[in-house]
Design a protein around this ligand. Structure first.
Ligand SMILES: NC(=O)c1ccc[n+]([C@@H]2O[C@H](COP(=O)([O-])OP(=O)(O)OC[C@H]3O[C@@H](n4cnc5c(N)ncnc54)[C@H](OP(=O)(O)O)[C@@H]3O)[C@@H](O)[C@H]2O)c1
Length: 319
């Protein structure tokens, strides 16, 4: 498995990582602790060292982290563990008023809960899951700097930030001597390329790493769905996405993959991993064989093939 540095930080992660929002997902094989544990162990055994979690993932808030923490017993030191805070605001902590999600009370509470659920004494990468318009970014960075100083968090990243907000946070951190966000996370795949316009150039310029979420477009870009159907998350819980698919384009992509001697999964993961500053492709999985296939999917594609794949899906979309 290829290893990469996350931006200009000292964190080294596998080029294919694992997303954590399937752990405890209802009506999947990872709904149970055992099902999730099998996927997590298969991923680690296949060389995946980066796990992308969040406090809110799971059938109830925190359950994905609980499953991850339990499955990592004895394996914690082999992986780079990330989680996120803030997406659900105070809804993540019913009965408590912790203030805005970028403020000190909120962040400290969220981090303590994540550390407990993950059964660890440190979070390798703590990501702010969404911006907080109510709190100046300098205040959020001050709190995060304190947590890094205490050893509870090693590095911090952001997610769902606009390019201007990413740049502002970096500038404030440098000017005020706070820890910098070393990574950004946003949706990115062949079917969602809006970040190519401004987010990726900004992240690249600032020396940050990038984590693309929904890299497989919920499974559509693995080749398992066709115009005739296919079984999985999309057919069960996101049929609206399937209804909008351009099947002619997807069939053309399948033919291009066939000509290149690649599965669609291999082409999808390899294309994404080749787009700077993408660091680790955090594909989710609901079965151990998916984790193994994803871990083994990475190929070095030549420039002309990368370009043909890019061209097939057109220029960056708005967003
Ligand atoms: N920061 C954010 O706001 C945000 C938002 C969303 C997601 N994320 C992160 O991004 C990660 C990845 O997103 P995601 O898991 O939702 O979507 P994804 O990676 O695009 O798709 C994952 C789904 O693809 C299918 N799949 C995976 N490997 C496969 C294989 N080898 N063969 C066939 N099908 C395969 C599985 O679907 P089936 O289960 O249907 O088989 C799996 O659940 C998340 O886990 C989470 O960590 C972050």
């Amino acid at each position: 498995m290829e290893q990469r540095r996350l931006g200009d930080s000292d964190l080294v992660v596998s080029a294919v990582g694992m997303g954590g929002n399937n752990f405890s997902r209802p009506k999947t094989a990872t709904e149970t602790l055992q099902g999730s544990t099998e996927v997590i162990h298969a991923a680690i055994d296949a060389g995946i060292t980066f796990f992308d979690g969040a406090d809110i993932y799971g059938s109830v808030i925190g359950r994905s982290e609980e499953f991850l923490g339990a499955a990592l017993k004895g394996r914690r030191d082999r992986i780079v563990l990330s989680t996120k805070f803030g997406f659900a605001g105070n809804d993540a902590y019913p009965g408590l008023d912790l203030g805005p999600n970028g403020g000190e009370r909120y962040i400290r509470h969220a981090v303590e809960q994540s550390l407990r659920r993950l059964q660890t004494d440190r979070i390798d990468l703590l990501q702010m899951h969404s911006p907080d318009p109510a709190t100046p970014i300098a205040e959020t960075l001050r709190v995060l700097t304190g947590l890094v100083g205490e050893g509870k968090v090693r590095y911090v990243g952001n997610s769902n930030f606009s390019p201007a907000h990413i740049a502002e946070a970096d500038q404030v951190a440098r000017a005020d001597g706070f820890v910098r966000f070393v990574s950004a996370q946003d949706e990115y795949s062949l079917l969602a390329r809006g970040v190519e316009r401004e987010v990726l150039p900004t992240v690249n310029r600032l020396g940050m790493g990038f984590l693309p979420y929904f890299p497989l477009y919920n499974g559509l870009l693995t080749g398992k769905y066709t115009a005739e159907g296919g079984q999985g998350r999309l057919s069960k819980i996101k049929p609206h996405l399937l209804a909008d698919v351009d099947w002619d384009r997807l069939s053309a992509y399948q033919r291009l993959c066939d000509q290149a001697g690649l599965t669609m999964l291999q082409a999808t993961i390899s294309w994404l991993a080749a787009q700077p500053p993408v660091t680790t492709v955090i594909a989710g999985a609901t079965r151990p064989e998916q984790a193994r296939q994803n871990a083994a999917a990475l190929r070095r594609l030549d420039d002309s093939l990368l370009q043909r794949i890019s061209d097939l899906f057109g220029p960056p979309q708005a967003g």
